[in-house]
Design a protein around this ligand. Sequence first.
Ligand code: HEC
Ligand code: HEC
Ligand code: HEC
Ligand code: HEC
Ligand code: HEC
Ligand code: HEC
Ligand code: HEC
Length: 244
Amino acid sequence: MPLSAARDPFKVLIRFSMVFVMLLSASAARADLHQHPVLLPAKVDAAKCLECHKDKATGKYVHTAVSMGCTVCHTVANVKGATYITLSSRPNQLCFTCHALSTDPDLHLPYKEGNCIFCHSPHSSDFPAQLYASPQDVCMACHVRGLMKVNRTAKTLTLSWGTIIPFKEMNDWSYLNLDKTHKLNHPVEGHPVSGPNVALGKDAPPITCITCHDPHHSPGANLIPPKYKNATALCLSCHNGPLP
Ligand code: HEC
Ligand code: HEC
Ligand code: HEC
Ligand code: HEC
Ligand code: HEC
Ligand code: HEC
Ligand code: HEC
């Protein structure tokens, strides 16, 4: 699918918001300038936020950072009788204020670009690591044809959980040629990408995309997990001896 550069909506927003930015503070890039619907006291703590936003701190998996208080990521400022709540850094820099980028040479683009929130909720979700879906469904959402909605006019993709991604964040993107059930044909024809790992017996954990790929980085290529020296070592971890 040909992808071309789209206008950066962030830059447009920044331009319109310049006046407010200067009013608020010059210290950090302000991301999301909307007037908060409720006027808040200038000095608020997380307990106050949670009176109305309890969902941000509840759920099966809650981000550890939420217990550090909402204001580690959100800045609250009152200007002329109205409250403005902004992110404390640009959205694609915010996570790096606490999580270091891997120094491995092979980095998954959305991870490298700091677009962590394409896959993770910053607050909480029903899936481990606050993912928006199971790891398998997260991977398939971008790599299996037909699972996302494409808007060619706006040059965006909408993933199954509602996240909207500009084409320009998807450089070098590729689809897998899976069968209709989305379970077979990668990395070689007929190979399972999910289901029981019959190669290692019934007690082995089932196969998923992240059995064979790290979601973020690899010292080698193709996001092969760091614990394998190369793709062959990966194959041999399940197939010992000649391949079936
Ligand atoms: C008295 C209720 C109330 C309190 C207290 C409150 N909020 Fe809100 N907030 C709302 C409502 C209502 C909305 C609009 C609906 C929504 O997005 O949930 C909103 C929207 C937001 C938004 C999205 C819109 C925007 O302004 O960017 C953010 C971010 C937000 N709140 C953060 C916070 C934080 C952080 C705190 C604590 C410092 C807080 N809120 C305290 C009621 C409240
Ligand atoms: C680790 C950083 C981080 C922490 C901690 C955090 N937020 Fe957020 N929050 C974000 C980011 C990033 C967004 C923008 C998400 C997006 O654009 O999808 C956001 C968006 C929001 C929104 C508006 C969009 C939505 O999801 O409803 C609300 C409301 C909100 N946060 C409330 C809170 C409250 C309340 C707390 C404290 C309990 C909190 N946040 C703690 C990073 C954080
Ligand atoms: C204020 C510091 C801070 C920021 C900002 C922050 N995190 Fe975290 N995060 C932590 C801490 C502390 C932990 C728990 C220790 C660890 O795993 O490193 C954590 C853990 C996590 C985990 C593992 C599950 C968990 O909660 O233990 C995920 C996933 C995660 N963060 C994603 C993100 C994403 C995505 C962003 C940006 C929206 C972000 N973090 C921004 C501090 C932060
Ligand atoms: C393409 C989707 C995707 C993106 C983008 C992404 N992650 Fe993850 N992340 C995952 C998956 C999948 C897991 C693994 C969950 C598991 O093992 O069950 C994970 C796990 C984590 C964990 C917990 C385990 C660990 O590796 O320490 C942290 C922390 C984390 N991610 C932080 C981040 C940060 C920070 C970013 C952005 C710089 C980011 N992630 C970008 C998909 C993603
Ligand atoms: C938000 C969309 C998105 C999601 C979700 C996503 N990917 Fe990707 N992926 C990309 C893009 C864009 C590329 C091409 C750029 C690159 O090579 O990193 C890519 C490339 C790859 C590559 C080749 C990269 C390399 O470094 O050689 C692998 C392997 C891969 N993804 C696996 C996964 C796995 C496993 C998951 C689930 C944890 C996943 N992807 C989820 C967007 C996504
Ligand atoms: C049994 C291990 C295995 C599983 C399971 C697996 N992959 Fe791969 N994947 C590989 C290997 C090995 C390569 C490198 C293939 C090559 O060089 O031809 C690869 C390459 C890729 C690439 C790079 C582009 C391409 O088509 O070669 C993407 C994207 C990718 N995988 C995504 C996924 C996703 C998404 C899933 C889950 C639906 C998945 N993989 C499951 C082993 C696996
Ligand atoms: C996580 C375990 C796992 C890994 C890693 C793995 N495989 Fe497999 N492989 C399987 C399972 C399970 C089957 C299905 C076996 C069966 O049905 O008997 C299979 C089947 C195959 C088949 C036969 C496909 C068919 O048409 O039936 C080939 C060829 C194969 N694997 C090659 C590879 C190669 C090459 C690699 C490394 C890139 C690899 N496998 C990595 C588990 C794995």
